[in-house]
Design a protein around this ligand. Structure first.
Ligand SMILES: Cc1cc2nc3c(=O)[nH]c(=O)nc-3n(C[C@H](O)[C@H](O)[C@H](O)COP(=O)(O)O)c2cc1C
Length: 397
């Protein structure tokens, strides 16, 4: 899968550095040519000879190389991708500060290849606001982050911080290195996040959607060359690089913006968890506790997808279906009732699936009757998997 591809593998001083050996082996087994570069701290965690043997090349960590005076400029020159795995909190901070005090940090400053970072650290470090801020900065710069996993940590604690599974990292690299123009020429409209339906100026009805699935789809579609418009309900996520975000709050606003931008789109992916109901009346003043609210009259919100069906034409429509029972039956009903080409259905009661989770477990149903079960995977990877199916369903131009 990676034949002809050159990957620069940067290893930093994490306890998970030994896992880079397996990552190196996986990459070379897929046909990639791998150049390993280590930080001085990483050299204390992994045997250089092992890396040399498995990469079939000398490995580097010294900025002042006697044979190549500008090794910090030459090493990354012809790399198709740079993978930093594992990436320490320290290294991530250096990247965001633009520091260049060793070979790996220096070469990153002049590199033009896409960068993928797989952090690994203890939960306390991962949750520190400085680390979270730095990760957000890297994302804004277009660096692809392969999120750490949750599980037992070297410290004996349990929590998020473990280096992502080697298979997940390999999948991430393969997806990145696959042709990046697969969706070139397409305009993709993605909706994401929840909506807020106000009760009064400070209260609203909503749901637990984080927007992660829609944002991951928007990011992946852009990576594959599409022009992407993301219509997002309230979400804390940062705008994926290259994506145009339009922020909305209510179902009504989402409907209005979706209808406004739909005519220009060739593919519409409705990943938003739009509220099905809203309060019938909205109080202009904050409802006082002592005045009380005996009951809340609600009414259904408009069905956005149904409203768009009149302008569907040759556009490809993808819907989402969050279910707690009879998943296949309910999803298929929605697929046909709304004239969709593909529906992504998940059982939100299942662990690791649905709202506010970093992973998802879904089933895809297409209009031709095909059903695909997709095992638990990160929403980022799942986004590429869904785009694969969209490409399969797209009629040739
Ligand atoms: C045994 C040991 C394990 C460590 N594991 C990690 C780790 O998993 N993640 C991390 O961010 N830092 C870890 N550190 C701290 C880094 O090694 C330290 O911040 C170092 O300066 C990183 O250098 P580098 O970013 O240039 O590779 C560890 C330190 C030690 C002594």
């Amino acid at each position: 899968m990676l034949s002809g591809k050159k990957v620069l593998l940067g290893i930093t001083g994490s306890i998970a550095a030994y896992k880079a050996i397996q990552i190196l082996r996986d990459l070379t087994a897929e046909g990639a040519e791998v150049q390993v570069v280590l930080t001085p701290a990483a050299c204390r965690f992994v045997p250089l000879l092992t890396l040399q043997v498995f990469s079939g090349k000398p490995v580097f960590s010294d900025l002042f190389d006697p044979h190549d005076k500008v090794i910090h400029l030459t090493l990354s020159q012809d790399a198709h991708l740079i993978l930093i795995a594992p990436a320490t909190a320290d290294f991530i901070a250096k990247m965001t500060a633009g520091l260049a005090d060793d070979l790996l940090t220096s070469l990153l400053l002049s590199a033009s290849a896409p960068i993928v970072v797989a952090p690994a650290m203890d939960i306390g470090m991962w949750e520190h606001p400085a680390v979270q801020r730095n990760i957000a900065i890297l994302r804004e710069w277009g660096v692809h982050i392969i999120e750490p996993e949750t599980g037992p940590l070297a410290s004996g604690k349990e929590g998020k911080g473990r280096l992502a599974d080697e298979k997940t990292i390999l999948e991430g690299i393969v997806t990145r290195l696959k042709a990046s123009d697969r969706l070139k020429g397409e305009v993709i409209l993605v909706t994401a996040g929840p909506t807020h339906e106000p009760i009064d100026p400070v209260r609203f009805i909503s749901n637990r959607s984080s927007g992660r699935m829609g944002y991951a789809l928007a990011e992946a579609a852009y990576q594959w060359g599409a022009e992407v418009i993301l219509i997002s309900g309230p979400s804390n996520l940062s705008v994926p690089p290259g994506v145009r975000r339009i922020s909305v709050r209510t179902a009504e606003e989402m409907k209005k913006e979706t209808e406004r931008h739909c005519p220009a789109a060739s593919i519409v992916i409705m990943a938003a968890a739009v509220c099905d109901f809203r309060p019938k009346t909205v109080s202009f003043q904050k409802i006082k506790k002592n005045t009380g609210l005996q009951s809340l009259a609600i009414e259904p919100t408009d069905d956005i997808l149904l409203g768009l069906s009149t302008i569907k034409g040759k556009k490809l429509f993808v819907g989402f279906s969050a279910e707690t029972e009879n998943l296949a039956e309910n999803a298929k009903k929605k697929l046909y009732a709304k004239g969709l080409d593909l529906i992504v259905a998940n059982d939100v009661m299942q662990e690791g699936a649905g709202f506010d989770s970093e992973t998802n477990v879904v089933q895809l149903f297409d209009k031709k009757g095909k059903n695909i079960n997709i095992p638990k995977m990160s929403k980022q990877l799942l986004a590429y998997r869904i785009l694969e199916e969209i490409l399969r369903l797209k009629p040739p131009a």
